[in-house]
Design a binder for this molecule. Structure first.
Ligand code: G3H
Ligand code: 13P
Ligand code: ZN
Length: 333
């Protein structure tokens, strides 16, 4: 049993309480490799922003669970080396699929876990979440749960709406499970294709796709039912058009990629939404920089040559999210 406390990590309890009270959101960035982790830590250290390092099941499979955990431990020391005296870093399991996965993370030094029972029938979601909460809380590890199903790109807008979190369920769910934060569905979705062109309108000036707005009415209803309770938004990449254009210009093919407009995330950050999940934007920033570098430097084959601009581009994106969208800069001095 390795306690996250001995690794210099923190759980989300105080972090979220401050974020809700302060009207900002904490970034939760996924990582699978060293360059992403370096960029995240550099961005958080420079802006003194609390940060959540997220590891998905796929990331654990890709990079090795033990290696990723030690990398997060190293990240705390790296942040200190960069001059961040009191780093506020959470190591979080993203989309935990079973009690055993969550237990293994709690036992190996994670400070927070998500149990994603959102696809289960309501009572089964409650039972599974409660089981994880009872285990994790013994070790002061915080637990994120999910209620409502995020839309997939194949959903019709009307079908997607029917999967929104039901405000009338949240009090019962939060009380009976004892979860520390709740991921809700209000129209965000995972990946770089969050909406089909049919679900969007077109900006008459630019011809670009304009996605349907998030269901802020549902968010506000939930806030009323659970005042001050930490709310989480998954699927919150903005899919920046300039990165998509760079990818497409240099040989990529991402037609009609579309994300969540930043103004809406800015608005959400001021509410009880205190954790915003971003993964796809990091993938796009990395891929755009690498494609551009290869196109301009066809003779390069040392990975450091193309991973340096990739890392710099991700860092720029992380700082932009922290400072211009979530408002978490300076909140972990
Ligand atoms: O929510 C999903 C995250 O973007 C992680 O994606 O399962 O491909 O690592 P992944
Ligand atoms: P994006 O695909 O929008 O980056 O969402 C990431 C996420 O929700 C991770 O859990
Ligand atoms: Zn997610």
């Amino acid at each position: 049993m390795v306690s996250y406390k001995s690794l210099g990590l923190v759980n989300t309890k105080d972090m979220f309480a401050k974020a809700v009270a302060g009207g900002y959101a904490v970034p939760a960035f996924n990582f699978n490799n060293m360059e992403q982790l370096q960029a995240i830590i550099q961005a958080a250290s420079e802006t003194k922003s609390p940060v959540i390092l997220q590891v998905s099941k796929g990331a654990r499979k890709y990079a090795n669970a033990t290696l990723l955990r030690y990398m997060a431990e190293g990240a705390v020391e790296y942040a200190k080396e960069l001059g961040w005296e009191n780093p506020q870093i959470v190591l979080h399991l993203d989309h935990g699929d079973a009690f055993e996965t969550c237990k293994s993370c709690v036992d190996s030094g994670f400070s927070s876990v998500m149990i994603d029972g959102s696809h289960l029938p309501y009572e089964e979601n409650i039972a599974l979440t409660k089981q994880v909460v009872e285990y994790a809380h013994q070790y002061d590890v915080t637990v994120e749960a999910e209620l409502g199903v995020l839309a997939g790109v194949e959903d019709e807008v009307s079908a997607a709406e029917s999967h929104y979190t039901k405000p009338e369920e949240v009090i019962d769910f939060a009380t009976r499970t004892g979860c520390d934060s709740l991921a809700i569905s209000i129209g965000t979705s995972h990946g770089a294709y969050k909406f089909t062109p049919e679900q969007c309108t077109r900006d008459p000036k630019t011809g670009k796709l304009v996605p349907p707005p998030l269901a802020f009415d549902v968010l506000h209803e939930i806030e009323k039912k659970l005042p001050g309770f930490p709310i989480v938004l998954h699927g919150s990449s903005s899919v920046p058009q300039d990165e998509v254009d760079t990818i497409n210009k240099f040989g990529g093919k991402l037609p009609d990629a579309v994300g969540i407009p930043e103004e809406q995330l800015r608005e959400a950050s001021k509410s009880a939404v205190c954790k915003i999940n971003i993964d796809s934007d990091s993938r796009l920033a990395m891929t755009a920089a690498i494609r551009k570098h290869f196109a301009e430097n066809p003779g390069h084959f040392d990975p450091r040559q193309y991973l340096t601009p990739a890392r710099d581009n991700m860092k720029k994106m992380y700082i932009h999210k922290i400072v211009e969208v979530l408002g978490s800069n300076g909140k972990a001095e």
